[in-house]
Write a protein that binds this ligand. Structure first.
Ligand code: SAM
Length: 267
């Protein structure tokens, strides 16, 4: 377990019911969840330097934070979901190497975390970073069950991956950038965590006003052009657009660090 991440108690408020989350074809009915014990410490305060909150739906992450790992897996690891069906092609296109360190930021139920774990092998490391503690517990439990010793779970915040500086060769962000409430802070944290030649892979929903389904228009705050510009503004340049036959609803782009960013504070 990644020490830095777990040494700081974090309280994520849970809502009384899981809101409908639609990151694929099906919507889930709200299910009740019990209230957790009171937090051991005060909630993680908004950093004084926090960037403006993005215009995401207020409850965009509530359902994920409250969600049990198995329920998340039922939503995220099913054939009707495009990135799940395309997972082998996505992994082949990324081409991670044995021994590399990868961060799966917004790891959800660990679909890609496990694939990266197998790809980097016993000498590599995969950080599963999420703000949902229950999903991270599920990832850790599955890693233990399946003997994957190279997976480290990291409880991030809405502002930070809490990854150590210069610790990873690849940051993978699938179906998650549009969930970032503070995308500037997240990209600054990602930039600090990346090694000098590191890459960022972004996979997200194609969103075109007047064309995309209404659930995408309501759930995903902006399209590819806007997200790319935001990421470039935080010190990245786009190196590749990957076209895969299996991806029709999603785009797949790759970035590397560009000139030093204006902000290089602690992660
Ligand atoms: C739709 S799921 C995608 C999961 C996974 N990447 C996949 O493609 O299967 C979005 C995930 O992003 C997580 N998330 C949202 N904001 C985050 C943040 N600031 N840092 C890390 N994870 C975040 C949510 O908790 C959720 O697990």
């Amino acid at each position: 377990m990644h020490q830095a991440a777990w040494s700081i108690p974090v309280w994520m408020s849970l809502v009384a019911c899981v809101s409908a989350v639609n990151d694929g074809a099906t919507k889930e009915a709200p299910v009740p969840v019990s209230r957790p014990a009171p937090p051991a410490a005060a909630p993680a305060a908004t950093p004084a330097t926090a960037s403006p909150r993005a215009d995401v739906p207020d409850d965009i992450n509530d359902g994920w934070i409250a969600r049990e790992g198995e329920a998340a897996a039922r939503t995220l690891e099913r054939d009707g979901r495009e990135v799940y069906a395309a997972r082998a092609a996505i992994m082949a296109a990324i081409g991670v190497e044995s021994g590399q360190a990868v961060a799966d930021v917004g790891s959800g139920s660990g679909l890609f975390t496990r694939l990266f774990s197998d790809a980097v092998g016993p000498t590599g490391t995969v950080y599963a970073v999420d703000i949902g503690e229950k999903m991270l517990a599920y990832i850790a439990e599955k890693a233990k069950e399946t003997g994957r010793t190279n997976i480290k779970t990291v409880l991030g915040t809405a502002y930070s991956t809490r990854l150590p500086p210069a610790s990873v060769d690849l940051v993978f962000i699938s179906d998650t950038y549009h969930h970032f409430e503070y995308p500037q802070d997240m990209m600054r944290s990602i930039r600090r965590a990346l090694r000098p030649d590191g890459r960022v892979v972004l996979i997200d929903f194609i969103r075109i006003e007047g064309t995309s389904p209404s659930w995408i228009l309501g759930h995903v705050r902006a399209g590819q052009e806007v997200f790319e510009r935001e990421i470039q503004n935080e010190g990245f340049s786009k190196t590749q657009t990957v076209e895969l036959d299996q991806l029709v609803e999603n785009y797949f782009v790759v970035f590397k660090k560009s000139a030093p960013a204006a902000v290089d504070g602690p992660s």
